[in-house]
Ligand binder design. Sequence first.
Ligand code: SF4
Ligand code: SF4
Length: 96
Amino acid sequence: MSLIITEECINCGACEGECPNEAISAAEDIYIIEAAKCTECLGFYDTQQCVDVCPVDCIPLDPDHPETREQLMAKYEQLHPGRPPEKLDSWQAPEK
Ligand code: SF4
Ligand code: SF4
């Protein structure tokens, strides 16, 4: 499942550079996550890097983009063809 940035975002920009998939960018009012690029950090990190750095805790799961771990892995492979995952077994799904 992709994550989503809510209106609580204070536009600090901390999350943008942390995303291994370059899924985060500044939009008109708040930062946004491109759902097609968010793997919940699967393949790179154990936890969701944007969530870990966000000072206002405004990045929950997006219920409009439900995905299984297998689907997230397929997305990773599509985004990074031929690149072996740096982390995989210790990955933790987001809590909310
Ligand atoms: S969870 Fe990971 S892949 Fe998804 S937007 Fe956040 S940093 Fe990027
Ligand atoms: S870290 Fe949080 S508050 Fe800062 S830009 Fe990203 S979503 Fe917005």
